[in-house]
Design a protein around this ligand. Structure first.
Ligand SMILES: [Zn+2]
Length: 220
């Protein structure tokens, strides 16, 4: 380049021509471009190289951008395929899950649902040994009993105790009474399966701040 100094830029073409040459602008025929001048003029050749370098940087940036876009597209597509596979595979796995014997059939000892309206029964208080109150008659089965509570027993946490015919507590648990159709009720599972028919059991219920209420149960 130093071999062709041209400090006065004599006979130098317009800078737009140099750029057109560097960018291989197709609007110019090669005959119109100052190719012969550039190779013999150091300043023009420097400018030409500058344009070439700038173009290379732009092209590299473009190529990089395209590569990133392609990578994102591939990765996104991969993820999409993965998600689809997961969606497709999941139910297949569920279908092929080993069938546990008896899982689908109703359990032999599943409790029988039954409803007991305690408003129909009067509880026995400890000091009341008067007339025999009506007993709650229950079958000798495994039961899921919904106890409908009488007026005055609000939705709350209740303590429930069941005494067998010998007076032994066989159930002692808390139950949450909820309001349904204006009536507070709770359900508990009581297993009278195998209980001797004609035996008298006791149901004891205590609400918050209340004393125990005892209801006699007759197993039929
Ligand atoms: Zn020149």
């Amino acid at each position: 380049m130093a071999a062709y100094p041209n400090p006065q830029r004599e006979g130098c073409p317009d800078i737009s021509k140099l750029r057109a040459m560097a960018y291989r602008d197709r609007r110019y025929r090669s005959a119109e471009l100052p190719i012969a001048h550039v190779v013999n003029c150091s300043p023009c050749f420097k400018q030409y190289l500058g344009f070439r370098r700038r173009l290379l940087v732009v092209k590299t940036a473009q190529v990089t951008a395209v590569c990133i876009a392609v990578l994102f597209a591939l990765f996104g597509g991969f993820r999409f395929v993965q998600d689809r596979n997961v969606q497709r595979v999941a139910p297949t796995v569920a279908q092929n899950a080993p069938h546990r014997p008896g899982a689908a059939e109703p359990r032999k000892n599943s409790p029988v649902p039954i409803q007991v309206d305690l408003a129909e029964y009067s509880p026995v208080r400890g000091d009341e040994a008067n007339s025999a109150p009506a007993k709650i008659h229950l079958p000798a089965k495994s039961l899921r009993i919904s106890f409908l509570l009488p007026v005055g027993m609000e939705p709350a946490q209740y303590m429930v105790r069941v005494l067998d015919s010998t007076g032994k507590a066989v159930v002692e648990k808390s139950a949450t009474a909820r309001l349904a159709d204006g009536v507070a009720s709770f359900a508990i599972d009581l297993n009278f399966d195998g209980a001797m028919s004609g035996t008298e059991w006791s149901l004891l219920i205590r609400g918050p701040g209340l004393s125990w209420r005892k209801y006699p149960i007759m197993v039929d």
